[in-house]
Design a protein around this ligand. Structure first.
Ligand SMILES: Cc1cc2nc3c(=O)[nH]c(=O)nc-3n(C[C@H](O)[C@H](O)[C@H](O)COP(=O)(O)OP(=O)(O)OC[C@H]3O[C@@H](n4cnc5c(N)ncnc54)[C@H](O)[C@@H]3O)c2cc1C
Length: 333
């Protein structure tokens, strides 16, 4: 089968795929420690592929990153039943067929608590112990009105407690350098981030941003609000821009426009012709992500987390610019 060829084969993370030795599965925080030798660890985010070609592309990217030893990989959780079943299946395959540490995203959108428990159970059956707990956005219109499932949860904080109560799971949550779009102000936003961490989350991954100052201010706010929760890792999320179309995608994912200075650099590279100079835009996009990555490393970020859109090339280039390459596997604890 093409998929199997695309996947290749390597030593499984756990001794037996059918009966995973889950106690040997490190948490994200433990993995960050294991990977923080000479360089700041990095991690990558994938999304559930839509079709067979997308699945093949995903596996190519997975195998490329596998040789670079990310601290973890994460798989987003989409809207809609089929995509969701697909997500659970693929994340399980990543756990069973690669050497990578997968983190499964889970959202509360249109799920009862019973359904959420059963999805967590399905992840556990595949040996997945790391879950990024999210509320999610209203399907179709992320900015639309949020309605919780009648038997579901209102906020991610409740889901953190549910997942933690289900067993030996390691939970991460989302954080927002410029505040979540529904938060009335940054103080409210910080208080709710601290509450999610206090409920049992061990770290957060930020929404993507393009001004490192926003990340640094989030870190300062959280430490000032709660020094205990503020000591937990805040993992910055980056996405290399490769075209003006990716700018649009980035703005959708951030829920706000990119900083003007970043847009100016990209538009200057695109030129004034009828068609954008894609090679120049890509070069500048990679440069911007490299500069941000370097500043974050200098500022002591615990990890660099990259949105890949299931492509390895742009992220690998940024990592190469930052001095990462194919490395020896970290010695496991
Ligand atoms: C790293 C990352 C990964 C993501 N992955 C996915 C994914 O895989 N799939 C997907 O669909 N979406 C994903 N998202 C998007 C995310 O689901 C949305 O941004 C969503 O709007 C917020 O989710 P949350 O978990 O932060 O929600 P919450 O923490 O529940 O916060 C939602 C809003 O409610 C406020 N709030 C929280 N608790 C309370 C309270 N007790 N009282 C009053 N207000 C409160 C918060 O301040 C915030 O404004 C991701 C986001 C990030 C940053």
């Amino acid at each position: 089968m093409t998929f199997d060829n695309a996947r290749g084969r390597s030593t499984p993370y756990r001794p037996s795929p059918t009966s995973p030795n889950v106690s040997a599965t490190p948490s994200v925080v433990q993995s960050l420690q294991l990977h923080s030798g000479s360089a700041v660890p990095f991690s990558v985010e994938f999304s559930p592929p839509r079709d067979a070609a997308g699945e093949e592309r995903l596996w190519r990217a997975v195998r490329t990153f596998e040789r670079m030893h990310p601290a973890f990989i994460s798989m987003t959780y989409g809207a809609g039943g089929t995509t969701r079943d697909h997500t659970v299946r693929i994340t399980g395959e990543l756990a069973e067929e690669t050497t990578l540490l997968p983190v499964a995203h889970l959202t509360a959108v249109e799920h009862s608590v019973a359904e959420l428990r059963s999805i967590v159970g399905a992840y556990a059956d595949s040996g997945i112990r790391n879950i990024l707990v999210l509320r999610g956005d209203p399907p179709g219109d992320p900015l639309g009105e949020w309605h919780k499932h009648p038997d579901g949860v209102e906020y991610a904080e409740e889901l953190v407690r549910i997942v933690r109560d289900l067993g030996d799971f390691h939970v991460g949550v989302a954080s927002f350098p410029q505040g979540h779009h529904r938060s009335p102000d940054l103080d409210h936003d910080t208080a709710h981030l601290a509450a999610k961490l206090r409920a049992g989350a061990e770290y957060s991954i930020t929404q993507m941003f393009f001004d490192v100052e926003h990340y640094l201010r989030l870190r300062d706010r959280l430490v000032a609000f709660d020094s205990v929760e503020g000591a937990k890792p805040i993992i910055p999320e980056l996405m290399p821009i490769t075209s003006l179309r990716t700018v649009k995608r980035a703005e959708e994912l951030c829920g706000r426009p990119l900083p003007q200075a970043v847009l100016d650099r990209l538009h200057r590279a695109a030129g004034n012709g009828a068609e954008e100079d894609r090679a120049a835009v890509r070069e500048v996009g990679i440069q911007i992500a490299t500069e941000m990555g370097q500043r974050l490393i200098d500022e002591g970020a615990p990890c660099l987390h990259f949105i890949t859109l299931n492509f390895a090339k742009a992220t690998s280039e940024v990592l190469t610019n930052l001095g990462y390459g194919v490395t020896a596997a970290p010695v496991s604890a």
